[in-house]
Design a protein around this ligand. Structure first.
Ligand code: RP5
Length: 159
């Protein structure tokens, strides 16, 4: 099966956060790949990944990084595929550093930036993009959303 989603992250330490995107994609039956690609530590890997992303059949890239989080922006500069950025929470600045690094892209190279630690929403955003041209996935995504909605109680309780 062709892999349409790449989940990339700057470090192994980002995986506990980024795993939430993978879990959503699992739920929705969307194949994906996961890679450690660091803008600073493995710039050649980043370049190769971005350069080959379209020809390898990827359609969306989810990129998570923390601190001086250049990975999503650099990836957006290297491929025309939509890049969904996940700011990873940091100890020093609580992830605000990651958020601003990913969010404040100059005109021309946008990154669809999620909330700090928002990898699950990144998975859902990737699913929504793919669902535009995949009716079966669109149905699964609708069902997932309906199930979430149905799980919300009408009233609060003490339990
Ligand atoms: C970034 O530096 C990574 O995305 C990670 O969030 C952060 C810290 O990396 P480690 O020092 O834990 O490898 O590049």
């Amino acid at each position: 099966m062709t892999v349409h989603v790449g989940i990339i992250m700057g470090s192994q330490s980002d995986w506990p956060t980024m795993k939430d995107a993978a879990l959503i994609l699992d739920d929705l039956g969307i194949p994906y790949e996961t890679k450690i690609v660091s803008a600073h530590r493995t710039p050649d890997r980043l370049w190769d990944y971005g350069k080959t992303a379209v020809t390898r059949g990827l359609k969306v890239i989810i990129a998570g990084a923390g601190g001086a989080a250049h990975l999503p922006g650099m990836m957006a500069s290297k491929t025309r595929l939509p890049v969904i950025g996940v700011p990873v929470q940091t100890r020093a600045l609580a992830g605000v550093d990651s958020l601003y690094s990913i969010l404040q892209m100059p005109k021309g190279y946008p990154v669809a930036t999620m909330a700090i630690g928002g990898a699950a929403n990144a998975g859902l955003m990737a699913a929504a993009i793919l669902a535009i041209s995949d009716p079966a996935l669109a149905q699964r995504l609708d069902a997932w959303r309906d199930a979430l909605s149905a799980s919300i109680p009408d009233e609060p309780s003490d339990a």
